[in-house]
Design a protein around this ligand. Structure first.
Ligand SMILES: [Mg+2]
Length: 308
């Protein structure tokens, strides 16, 4: 039986949250044995800013019926940050909120002032975008909506278009049946064509070459590099998914065990795998222990009920 659309929405939301939380654990327990020992302790799986902002985006989309209103989304990000500022946010996020308030300007204009006016090319817009990607999976507005949602915090072209690539990938994967042959060539050609910046295009070509040559995770991480730039983290999450597309667990462990920005690598890889395989492929024990499971499940259900 094909994976239901609801299970794909659940996979995007829960996969991202589980990946974020286990990726964060891997920052302290960086080898597989120690990480799995720690996970099996049975504690609550605590997510970070990636999931907090993904929840904020999903809340905004469900309240607006799927429409993108940058200021309204930004206000929900700001409200959620105010409630839980300890979720390991980048310092850019409160800086944008403060600057927007001080100068009475839209969040996107405040974001454009960051880094001496170049804006951020970090992975913060990509890490939260899975709910939008899956909601707009069949819409020709996917690119525009993804870019608008990114501009609330990211003004640099790499940051904006990197988020759009993540949204595109989630959209494609949500529309594919994991039991059918994966259209590898079509997916790879499509994602490289979709990329708007030279930096990301080159990295995506490298991902395809690394998969084709069956490069190890260690070599892939070394080639792609794993910084907080979206051009140096999203490609490795894509590599992790494409080289482990049958298993959520293998995809996640691949994404988080080579260093770098582990919670975000895990969050993006988890959302990619979850959008493809559906939430039923995520270990039940992991799902049962994720923080705020009811909220995540409710948002998945509400987004699944929207049409855009
Ligand atoms: Mg984080």
């Amino acid at each position: 039986m094909p994976v239901s659309t609801l299970d794909k929405f659940r996979g995007a939301m829960l996969g991202g949250a589980v990946g974020d939380a286990i990726g964060e654990l891997a920052s302290a327990h960086s080898d597989l044995d120690s990480l799995t020992d720690w996970i099996s302790e049975g504690d609550v799986l605590r997510y970070t800013d990636d999931t907090a902002m993904s929840i904020g985006l999903a809340e905004a989309l469900s309240m607006s019926g799927g429409a993108i209103n940058e200021e309204e989304i930004g206000k929900i990000f700001q409200r959620n940050y105010g409630r839980e500022p300890w979720r390991d946010y980048s310092s850019s996020v409160p800086a944008i909120f403060a600057s927007a308030k001080r100068h009475d300007m839209p969040f996107s204009e405040a974001a454009a002032r960051l880094h001496d006016g170049t804006g951020s090319f970090g992975n913060g817009a990509a890490m939260r975008i899975a709910p939008l990607g899956i909601l707009y999976r069949n819409s020709d507005k996917l690119r525009d909506c993804a870019e608008q949602s990114a501009r609330i915090t990211h003004a640099h072209a790499v940051g904006i278009y990197g988020a759009a690539i993540m949204a595109w990938a989630v959209a494609q994967l949500a529309n594919l049946d994991p039991k059918s042959k994966f259209p590898f060539a079509e997916f790879c050609t499509g994602i490289v064509r979709f990329a708007q910046t030279k930096e990301m295009r080159l990295k995506l070509v490298q991902v395809v070459e690394l998969i084709a040559s069956k490069a190890s995770p260690k070599n892939a991480a070394k080639t792609l590099t794993l910084s907080q730039s979206v051009a140096e983290s999203l490609p490795y999450s894509l590599y992790s998914f494409l080289s482990n597309m049958k298993s959520f667990e293998d995809c996640l462990y691949c994404a988080i065990l080579q260093g770098g920005d582990r919670d975000t690598l895990g969050s993006m890889a988890g959302a990619l795998s979850g959008s493809f395989l559906g939430a039923k492929a995520i270990p039940k024990d992991w799902i049962s222990r994720i923080e705020n499971l009811d909220t995540l499940e409710d948002l998945a259900k509400r987004l699944n009920g929207l049409s855009v």
